[in-house]
Design a protein around this ligand. Structure first.
Ligand SMILES: Nc1nc2c(ncn2[C@@H]2O[C@H](COP(=O)(O)OP(=O)(O)OP(=O)(O)O)[C@@H](O)[C@H]2O)c(=O)[nH]1
Ligand SMILES: [Mg+2]
Length: 372
C-alpha cells in the first residue's frame, strides 16, 4: 500500500492478490483487487501508447519488421505467450490465468537466414464482433498482419475452439485461406448500373440489381465465371480482408491431446496446414517455423556480383515476384541500365540461365544482374 509509482502499485497489487487465500469468504475482496489492478493496467497502457509518438498511434498497432508479420490468434490460455517466448526474445507473461495478455506483444523469430515477426494478439472471445471493449482494436491488429497462426489448445475440445475462433473472425470480415471472389466491381462517376456477363449470374437477377443499386447508383460489375449472390455480397464489401492462415495445435504433451488433434485434423485439414507442438516438451519447433514461413508467401533471393559469392542476406520478395521486382529493390543504376539477369537456382531451367525482366523467381534463387 506504500507503493507510489503506478508500476510499483501494480506489482504490489499482483503480489497481494497472489497471497489472498481462495475461498468463498475472500471472493468479494479478490474481485475488488482485480478490478483495481485492471484499471491501473488500462491506465498504464494508455500512457504507453501516448508516449509512442503523436498520441494517435495506438499500442495495438505494431510496426512491421523483418520478412513479414504473423499474428498469433486464439482463445485465452491457448498458449500464445508460451509460443512467443519459445520462438523469440520477447517476455510476455505466461500464466494459467485468463486474459493475461492485454495488448499485442511483438517478437522476432529467426528462420534460417531471415527474421519473421510474431505478434501475440490479445485473446479472441465469443461475440468479439459486437464491437464492445477492446474488440475492434484486437480485430484491427489481426487485419494489420500478413498471416495468421491460429492457436488451438489440445488440452480442451479442439474443434469447438476452432469453430468459435473461425466464426468470430468471419463475422469480423476476416477470411482465411480463401480466394477473393473473381468479380470486378467498380464504382463509376456516372453511367448508372452496368452489369457485364449477366448470363453467368446464378441467382435472381432482379434481386442482384437491387443489391447493387443499394451499394451505389453508379457501378460497373463484370462477371467472367458463374457467380452466386453471396460472392457478389463478398465482392462489394470493402471491409473484407483475406489472409493466409495455419493452425498451431498447442500443448501436444497433455493426455488426450492426440485424440483432440485427430478430431481437429478430420474437420479442418483440407483448409489449414496444421502442426501439433509442445512448448513444454520442446516438440514440433522446426516444423512449425517452416509452416509459418510458408504462410507468409514470400521468397528469398540472393544477389551476386561477378566472381564473388552470393549475398549472405537475401532480399525478401512476394511469391511470384519477377526480376523487375528484384531490380526495383536494388540501387537506381540497376533499374536505369538493366540488360538481363543470370539465374542459378530453382527457377532456372538450367544452371546459369539468362533471363529477362519478366522471369518469375523462386525461393533461394541466386541472381546476377547485367547492365548495358
Ligand atoms: N502442458 C503444457 N502446458 C502449456 C503448454 N504451452 C502453454 N501451456 C500452459 O498453458 C497456460 C496458458 O499459457 P499462455 O501462454 O499464458 O496462454 P495465452 O494464450 O498467452 O493466454 P492469455 O494471454 O492469458 O490469453 C500456462 O499455464 C502455460 O504454462 C504446453 O506446451 N504444454
Ligand atoms: Mg498471453
Amino acid at each position: 500500500m506504500e507503493a507510489d509509482t503506478p508500476n510499483e502499485k501494480m506489482e504490489s497489487l499482483r503480489e497481494y492478490i497472489s497471497l489472498v487465500p481462495r475461498h468463498k469468504g475472500t471472493e468479494r475482496l479478490l474481485r475488488q483487487l482485480r478490478s483495481k489492478l485492471s484499471k491501473l493496467e488500462g491506465e498504464a497502457e494508455r500512457r504507453r501508447s501516448l508516449r509512442k509518438g503523436s498520441g494517435a498511434v495506438s499500442a495495438f498497432h505494431i510496426k512491421k519488421e523483418g520478412a513479414g508479420q504473423v499474428a498469433l490468434v486464439g482463445l485465452t490460455t491457448s498458449g500464445r505467450s508460451s509460443l512467443l517466448k519459445w520462438f523469440t526474445n520477447a517476455k510476455p507473461e505466461v500464466s494459467p490465468l485468463s486474459f493475461k495478455t492485454r495488448i499485442p506483444v511483438p517478437g522476432m523469430m529467426s528462420y534460417e537466414d531471415i527474421l519473421i515477426q510474431l505478434v501475440e494478439i490479445p485473446a479472441i472471445y465469443e461475440d468479439i464482433k459486437s464491437g464492445k471493449g477492446l474488440g475492434p482494436q484486437i480485430i484491427a491488429a489481426i487485419r494489420n498482419s500478413d498471416a495468421v497462426a491460429l492457436t488451438i489448445d489440445l488440452s480442451r475440445d479442439a474443434t469447438q475452439q476452432m469453430d468459435l475462433v473461425l466464426k468470430e473472425l468471419y463475422d469480423s470480415a476476416i477470411r482465411l485461406n480463401q480466394q477473393p471472389p473473381r468479380v470486378d466491381v467498380e464504382k463509376t462517376g456516372s453511367g448508372g448500373l452496368q452489369i457485364f456477363g449477366i448470363s453467368l449470374y446464378k441467382d435472381d437477377v432482379d434481386e442482384l440489381k437491387e443489391i447493387l443499386s443499394k451499394y451505389s447508383h453508379n457501378i460497373k460489375v463484370r462477371l467472367d465465371q458463374p457467380t452466386t449472390r453471396s460472392e457478389i455480397l463478398e465482392a462489394i464489401n470493402p471491409r473484407i480482408t483475406y489472409k493466409k492462415a495455419l493452425v498451431v495445435a498447442t500443448k501436444g504433451d497433455v493426455p488426450g491431446s492426440s485424440e483432440n488433434f485427430e478430431a481437429l485434423e478430420e474437420k479442418y485439414r483440407e483448409k489449414f496446414p496444421m502442426i501439433a507442438v509442445s512448448v513444454e516438451k520442446n516438440r514440433g519447433k522446426d516444423e512449425l517455423k517452416q509452416e509459418i514461413f510458408k504462410a507468409l508467401d514470400v521468397i528469398r533471393v540472393y544477389t551476386k556480383e561477378p566472381r564473388e559469392k552470393p549475398s549472405e542476406k537475401p532480399i525478401v520478395l512476394k511469391k511470384d515476384a519477377r526480376i523487375t521486382d528484384l531490380v526495383r529493390r536494388l540501387p537506381k543504376v540497376f533499374q536505369e541500365q538493366f540488360k538481363y539477369a543470370k539465374v542459378v537456382g530453382p527457377s532456372a531451367k538450367f544452371d546459369r540461365e539468362f533471363v529477362g525482366a519478366n522471369h518469375v523467381l523462386q525461393d533461394k534463387d541466386i541472381v546476377q544482374v547485367y547492365l548495358s
